[in-house]
Design a protein around this ligand. Structure first.
Ligand code: PNS
Length: 163
């Protein structure tokens, strides 16, 4: 039984994330999408909202589970008995930080190895930060996030802007 975790902030989940979730879930028995509940950061969406959006857009994938976690990823991996961490690599600029994280995580928990998936070309520019930036200027985000989330993201960004 191979169980992997795909960790991230998912604030909000993008089509790039969803592409990695779909592809990674085909390579393992179970894929846990681990949504970071980090008290230090102020995300646009609450942890419950991020978990609920992910559940909605991964509904058709039977071996994908959405869970939140706080603290160290390697501790979450221990709790869930996962041995693989999946991360997407968009560009060489991602690599340095990702390598450092992968090596630190392996040092902290030698049971855990990180596997990188190359982001599909059509999403190589995409990030949650870009989505929020475009939405904050009323730009079109329909090619960035799943269709069912477009209005929710725009509304949330408007709410924050008008506060
Ligand atoms: O979507 P992100 O923000 O790029 O994801 C980063 C994430 C959640 C993978 C990373 O910040 C993380 O694993 N945080 C939990 C704390 C931890 O274990 N840090 C890694 C030690 S180097």
């Amino acid at each position: 039984m191979i169980r992997a975790i795909y960790p991230g902030s998912f604030d909000p989940v993008t089509l790039g994330h969803l592409d990695i979730i779909r592809r990674a879930s085909q390579k393992v028995d179970e894929l846990i999408v681990g949504v970071l509940n980090n008290g230090g950061k102020t995300p646009l969406f609450s942890i419950d909202e991020r978990v609920s959006m992910l559940k909605e857009v991964t509904g058709g994938l039977s071996n994908v589970k959405i869970l939140s976690f706080s603290g160290l990823l390697v501790d979450f991996a221990r709790q869930t008995e996962a041995t693989i961490v999946v991360r997407g690599l968009r560009a060489i600029s991602d690599f340095e930080y990702e390598l450092q994280m992968a090596q630190t995580n392996h040092k902290l928990n030698p049971q855990v190895d990180t596997m990188f998936l190359a982001t599909s070309l059509q999403y190589s520019y995409l990030s949650s930060t870009i989505v929020k930036e475009v939405a904050s200027f009323d730009g079109d985000i329909s090619e960035f996030v799943p269709g069912t989330l477009v209005e929710r993201v725009k509304e949330k960004v408007r709410e924050r802007r008008d506060r």
